[in-house]
Design a protein around this ligand. Sequence first.
Ligand SMILES: CC(C)(COP(=O)(O)OP(=O)(O)OC[C@H]1O[C@@H](n2cnc3c(N)ncnc32)[C@H](O)[C@@H]1OP(=O)(O)O)[C@@H](O)C(=O)NCCC(=O)NCCS
Length: 214
Amino acid sequence: MKENIKIRLFNKNDEEKVREIAWDTAFLGKPFQLLDDKKLITDFLVSYYMKHEKDMLYVAESNDKIVGYLTVCRKPLKSKLIKFFIITPLFITKLICKGHIFNSTIISAIPIALKNFIKGKFSTPELKGFCSHLHINIANDFRGKGVGTHLISAMVENLKKNNVKRVFAITISEEAAKFFEKNNFSKLKHTALIDFEKIYGTKIWLNVMGLFVK
Ligand SMILES: CC(C)(COP(=O)(O)OP(=O)(O)OC[C@H]1O[C@@H](n2cnc3c(N)ncnc32)[C@H](O)[C@@H]1OP(=O)(O)O)[C@@H](O)C(=O)NCCC(=O)NCCS
């Protein structure tokens, strides 16, 4: 059944709910399995958008309840600088101070991530000309009801007004890749990540999805 959905811009009162959805969906639509620290993970995932790009952070409401959100980054340089110089160093410092760095799964994930990085698995030359990136997450009970499609439509209208021609998303969820294709994104890259199945028990694919805004 399709829901009665209202799309609006984020405001400060939505912060907790957005963090909750980000946490619940952080890894393949489920909570992040490696680390049980909601504040730390959601600071890393959504704090930049909530602080610095509120004008492109949409929430979806059903009966006054927030059931999903979509963020677009339109300031890639600012985002890279803030993530590189503030968010990531803070994340790593807290990881160490809180003792998470000694978590055995994290320890085994580091060389695997490095191996993928060295083999170019995370490189995205096909994104030349794409500046804006997006993240979208829908609360578990509200998936498959058209909420994501409503959010994408609102975003596209905003991008047109702002003369943004291309936007991309990176996802390790095959279902999310299908959702993006249904919403007119093209699959620009589809590659199997090396050795992640040793941690997650299942092969992980990286999908780079691009939309040419018309
Ligand atoms: C992926 C996600 C954003 C899709 O939003 P949604 O509101 O559930 O999607 P919609 O109901 O608007 O679906 C639109 C179309 O996308 C496709 N689609 C959506 N979810 C799908 C799934 N799990 N498997 C296959 N196709 C899917 C369908 O073709 C659907 O059309 P239909 O209803 O006519 O069959 C949402 O399910 C979600 O948040 N998942 C978990 C987190 C995630 O993977 N986020 C993306 C990371 S960038």
